[in-house]
Design a protein around this ligand. Structure first.
Ligand SMILES: Nc1ncnc2c1ncn2[C@@H]1O[C@H](COP(=O)(O)OP(=O)(O)OP(=O)(O)O)[C@@H](O)[C@H]1O
Ligand SMILES: [Mg+2]
Ligand SMILES: [Zn+2]
Length: 459
């Protein structure tokens, strides 16, 4: 019997499936994203995974938690502290990890480093590239360091070949660079299309879960900053990591967007160097590097990423408008939040900024949208407006409300400790936290403020 070939239209942006072409996608509201792809109905539908291995082969009985065996070896050390942290304490055996990021940000580099590190613990690792030749990989590897023979490389894009090789060689960790170059013979559309990406990921998911192999998948990112291919990809994998960073700056931030085995608030900070990505263990120091002394419009504030406080310099520049309409700009923080804070300053402390342009920037290129930055942003704006520098030893944090009140924030103690550690002498904090922080603070003066105007008097 001949297999019937069916054609379906997929939205290339979100994976919405439709039997007919549509101009606008009902899923993501984008225009002209539908592409026709052929799908052959499969003989054996692969649905999910089963503990016994390949679905349908052996009967697996339900088990109580106490009957499920655990190994101590269930998390691998990647030897990169920042990555272990983002993964929630190491690489989980049998997990599927999607690593997304802009072109050239360092995805292949970090995965090559991880592959090398894991293989140095006498574990078999297989690095499969669909983008670079073996010579190109060797070139990069030569730059990064030395590798042992437990790490094997292969250039391949056909998933059934890859599946066969993984089944025979049984590595513990596999790197797939990248999912957009992989193809599945049973799907007739081009590599990188929604159905290919989805099908390839489901094959990898099956391999990971049935053989207990951890698989890193590199995913390219679209202009909008999402992993190209359907959103369903993100649902299928266990962990989604995004690599971000300023193209022009050397540091890179690794962020977990989804993690089944750990917190998603953690970030890892790296610096791109000649010999690969090097972890930055003290990001505060890194972020404050090159801070101007005695300049107006600059103050240090403290944000918390996951469990870790990071000191960041907030810079503001307020200048008279040359044209009728004042310009406002925010780099690294929420533009609307900056507008709101300026309105608060105008109304509550009478700072007339209507005829001024205002630019707010987080130095170092970090992106933070935490309300604890509010007080720092306000003080930087005031300082620039009045052209009055803020003392170098001051750190300020706190959320600012619409009546100009300064509200408390979480993890205040950790923030103060970080400031003290880096030699700051004064910390301006929300009044509500003053007492508690004073009792524990060492080597740093705590000043509580209940409103922005209180804080203004201090600088
Ligand atoms: N000799 C070098 N010294 C410092 N940095 C380098 C050097 N060679 C390459 N790089 C950096 O490495 C980056 C490329 O890294 P990598 O190939 O891992 O990125 P990628 O995310 O895998 O890119 P793609 O999406 O194209 O695969 C370059 O953008 C560059 O910043
Ligand atoms: Mg690459
Ligand atoms: Zn869509």
């Amino acid at each position: 019997m001949a297999t019937k070939i069916k054609t379906v239209f997929f939205c290339q942006s979100c994976g919405y499936e439709s039997s007919k072409w549509m101009g606008q996608c009902p899923g993501c509201r984008q225009w002209n994203t539908f592409v026709e792809e052929t799908v052959r109905p499969k003989a054996t539908p692969s649905k999910g995974i089963s503990a016994s291995g390949t679905p349908g082969r052996a009967l697996s009985l339900p088990k109580a938690l106490s009957e499920i065996e655990m190994n101590e070896e269930d998390r691998y050390d990647t030897h990169i502290g920042e990555l272990n942290r983002v993964l929630g304490g190491g690489l989980v055996k049998g997990s599927l990890i999607l690593v997304g990021g802009d072109p050239g940000i360092g995805k292949s580099t970090i995965l090559l480093q991880v592959a090398g590190n894991i293989s140095s613990d006498k574990r078999d690792v297989l690095y499969i590239s669909g983008e670079e030749s073996l010579q190109q990989i060797k070139l990069r590897a030569g730059r990064i360091g030395s590798f042992n023979d437990k790490l094997k490389f292969m250039c391949e894009t056909n998933l059934s070949t890859i599946e066969e090789i993984i089944e025979t060689t049984k590595p513990l960790v596999v790197v797939i660079d990248s999912i957009q170059t992989m193809y599945n013979e049973s799907v007739s559309s081009a590599p990188g299309s929604v159905s290919q990406v989805r099908e390839s990921t489901s094959v990898l998911l099956r391999i990971a879960k049935s053989l207990g192999i951890s698989i890193f998948i590199v995913g390219h990112v679209t202009k909008e900053g999402q992993v190209a291919g359907p959103r369903v990809l993100e649902h299928m994998v266990d962990t989604v990591l995004y690599f971000e960073g300023d193209r022009h700056a050397s540091y890179r931030i690794l962020r977990a967007v989804k993690n089944r085995f750990g917190s998603t608030n953690e970030i890892g900070v790296f610096e791109m160097q000649e010999k690969g990505l090097v972890e930055v263990t003290n990001p505060s120091e890194f972020m404050l590097d090159g801070r101007p002394e005695g300049a107006s419009g600059s103050i240090v504030t403290c944000s918390v990423e996951g469990t870790r406080p990071i000191l960041i310099e907030v810079q503001a520049l307020v200048t008279r408008t040359n044209f009728g309409f004042p310009r406002r700009q925010a780099n690294g923080t929420d533009f609307n939040r900056v507008n709101l804070l300026m309105a608060v300053l105008e109304k509550r402390i009478g700072l007339q900024m209507g005829e001024y342009d205002a630019y707010v920037n987080l130095a170092g290129g970090m992106k933070v949208a935490e309300p604890s930055l509010d007080l720092g942003i306000c003080l930087a704006l005031i300082s620039s407006f009045k052209n009055k520098p803020i003392g170098d030893g001051i750190v300020a944090f706190g959320e600012v409300g619409l009546s100009g009140e300064v509200r408390s924030v979480n993890m205040a103690q950790a923030r103060v400790q970080e400031a003290a550690k880096l030699g700051f002498t004064t910390c301006i904090v929300p009044k509500a936290l003053e007492k508690k922080l004073k009792s524990t603070a060492k080597d740093i003066e705590i000043i509580g403020v209940s409103s922005v105007s209180d804080a203004m008097k201090l600088i």
